[in-house]
Write a protein that binds this ligand. Structure first.
Ligand SMILES: Cc1ncc(COP(=O)(O)O)c(C=O)c1O
Length: 392
């Protein structure tokens, strides 16, 4: 059946809500800080729900369809989306559902390593790449990105060699695309990663939650689609691209040579995702592309707007256009504020950003800025940040 929304031009999702409406929200982004603070931090978007998702949730509420999740609609929806969007044919049989992405990568990494063994990550990186794995008794080994936020294969090889020394198992948690800063890893880079992983016997788990959020002209390369990536895993969800963080439901995909491990994971003691979350994320992958295609140009406008704003209001700061994601990264070291400029901007500009140092090595002097907001809010936030740096 043709999708009735497919040919409709949807309104810009980032300009439909006013600041007053957003301040009514009760989620973390809008409630963590005082009401005079402009929040550009956690990965929530200032958008209304895409219509097909809203309909799916309303239907479930109206009919009391709120039991346990069942069936294969979600994994089939992801397989369809992957094929249409990325030309990647992956079988739903290679997938299993899981409560959320963090649970998915933590569980798989714990399946592949023993307590005390090492997980390699590429800082600066999403802070929960450290916290949950440390809590699970794993050691985190850092292989920092280069200054321009690209994978450094020499450093990665050193980390693989050291993590596997003495015959230990080790794994690598790749962020594809990278949060923060939105680096798109190329097929060549990922093939080199896969070759290194094979050479050292390191298992790769790719967090690909931001994969639908590539800007026009940029290409998402699924890790499992690269030559040599067959023993890897990917963890995906619709939650970042369609703003469903409050009702997560994720999918772990095993590479074609990782199916035995995936079967072992299938026996894990964890509860799966909620039915409500699964319905929402299924609707997103199945019917949410027109909405995503309306969102991406407005995020694109904001990523360019931020470049202009930084140049005008924060001379000395360095911002590189992200290739993907709304989670941008600004190097504020030239502003000589502090090791944690987010604390300065919160106090003096009343703008909430994510603190660079929490992203590990390379995070000092940086802030993460979430641009998934109204352009007027973004403009006012950076104007305030600029004004705060001129204090006497
Ligand atoms: C790279 C990355 N992984 C995982 C998550 C969280 O996913 P979930 O809420 O499904 O655990 C986020 C949220 O921002 C993220 O940026």
């Amino acid at each position: 059946m043709p999708d009735p929304a497919a040919d409709t031009v949807l309104p810009d999702p980032l300009t439909t809500l006013t600041l007053a409406q957003l301040r009514e929200r009760t989620s973390a982004k809008w409630r963590r800080y005082d009401a005079d603070v402009l929040p550009l931090w956690v990965a929530e978007m200032d958008v209304e729900l895409a219509a097909p998702i809203k309909e799916a949730l309303e239907r479930a509420v109206a009919t009391g369809d709120l039991g346990y999740a069942s069936g294969t609609a979600y994994t089939e929806a992801l397989a369809g989306f992957a094929s249409r969007r990325w030309g990647w044919d992956v079988s739903p049989g290679q997938m299993t559902t899981v409560a959320d992405v963090i649970t998915g990568y933590t569980d798989i990494l714990c399946l592949l390593t023993e307590p005390g063994e090492q997980i390699v990550v590429n800082p600066p990186v999403y802070p929960p790449f450290y916290s949950y794995l440390k809590a699970a008794g794993r050691r985190i080994a850092e292989a920092p990105l280069t200054e321009d936020l690209r994978l450094d294969l020499g450093t990665l090889e050193e980390a693989f060699a050291s993590a596997t020394a003495g015959g230990h198992s080790a794994a690598y948690l790749l962020c594809n695309p990278h949060n923060p800063g939105g680096t798109a890893h190329t097929r060549e880079e990922l093939e080199q990663v896969a070759a290194l992983a094979e050479r050292y016997g390191v298992r790769v788990v790719a967090d690909e939650i931001h994969a639908p959020l590539f800007y026009a002209g940029e290409t998402f390369v699924p890790y499992l689609s690269v030559a040599g990536g067959e023993r890897g895993f990917s963890v995906m969800a619709a939650s970042k691209a369609w703003n469903l963080a409050g009702i997560p439901a994720a999918i772990v995909i095993g590479g074609t040579k990782a199916q035995d491990d995936l079967a072992r994971y299938g026996n894990s003691a964890h509860h799966g995702p909620t039915h409500f979350g699964t319905l929402a994320q299924t609707a997103a992958y199945e019917h949410g592309e027109p909405w995503l295609d309306a969102l991406l140009p407005s995020l694109d406008r904001n990523r360019h707007l931020l470049a202009t704003l930084v140049e005008e209001h924060l001379p000395g700061a360095v911002y590189r256009l992200p290739a993907a994601t709304y989670l941008t990264w600004i190097d504020c070291r030239g502003l000589e504020l502090d090791v944690d400029p987010s604390a300065y901007f919160l106090e003096h500009a009343r703008v909430a950003l994510n603190s660079g140092p929490t992203f590990g090595t390379g995070g000092a002097g940086h802030v993460r800025v979430n641009i998934a907001t109204h352009p007027d809010i973004l403009t006012e936030a950076v104007r305030r940040m600029g004004a705060s740096t001129h204090r006497g």
